[in-house]
Design a protein around this ligand. Sequence first.
Ligand SMILES: Cc1ncc(COP(=O)(O)O)c(C=O)c1O
Length: 373
Amino acid sequence: MKIRELELERYLAKYEFLAPYIFCTSDSESFEINQLLEMDVEYSEKLKKLKLSYVDPQGSEYLREEISSLYSNVSSEEIVILSGAAEGIFVIMNALLEKGDHVIVQWPCYQPLYEIPAAIGCQVTKWEMEENSKWELDLDFFRDNIKNNTKMVIINNPHNPTGYLFSTEFVTQLVNIAKEKNIWIFSDEVYRFSEYDEKNRTSAISDIYDKGISLGAMSKVFGLGGLRIGWASIKDKEVMRKVISFKDYTTICCSSTSEMISALAIRNRNQIIKRNMHIIKANLDLLDDFFKKYNHLLEWVRPKATAIGFPKIKFDMDIKDFSNDLLEKKGVLILPGYVFGDYNKNFRIGFGKLNTKEVLKKFEEYISENLIK
Ligand SMILES: Cc1ncc(COP(=O)(O)O)c(C=O)c1O
């Protein structure tokens, strides 16, 4: 399989560990192992006695059991543990899709959601979100673009890079159309549980549709990306079998240590998510003031979930040049929109971290020294 480079990761790899002020990553503030162990005596004792052997390729039963508690209608047998959600996208698409299949992908998107089906040889239709309507998606477009060979629709809810969140009504209608046309829904839900208002959280796709696959991860609202643990819930037994068997060629199984720390974190999720949502919401207040103050220079569609957003510059400059200049002069790293495709005015910001106030101060210095005459 020939596959294009993943622009976002290549860009981050170049600067993320050098730039002093990171203002673009999508994860939350992380935890030290010590802090996690203090949350759960039982798991911390188990961890000391854990043998570092291979584990079940589908993932250890106790972790699948903890993860199934995140769903209302998914059992532990319907969960597969993955080395990051990234592995999930790769193995599931490879297990389910074939050359010549047609897929419809929400756009813009995290590049693998588009790139992997394209590399498999699928026909890919971009289902574009409408920036002028606060990033909404038009269901009629989906209906009108279904073909005889449409196998899958790929969505990301809540969404990277916009922080958009579907309504329950939208998800219900999407499932109804997919059901009628017998289409798989691949729903990347790695940002689930980061909704600013819990009442707006939509059902996981796999809870409401047998041909719906939900992807989850420890990396985003949990802030535990270094564990490299993700998972997918898959109801169809044959697809589950194929996914596990494809994994034999990628990682065989996950890290036993990471699996156990993930189980601990999921059991103690209320505490972890509460702390991280507190940070995100406090930063969101700062951003509201920031974008209000500079609304003659920057356009901002306030996200509904996640620690990311996709604002836009209103002045005459290419986003690549703006990102480079901001990094060079003030050490602030934003993610230029071109890594998500043809977005030459937008940039992704990430505000899940404790130093966001400090980062914004640097951004403001840049604005007053360079953009305000
Ligand atoms: C939408 C989406 N899916 C999947 C991933 C990969 O997640 P992980 O780091 O858990 O593999 C990311 C990472 O940024 C993402 O934004």
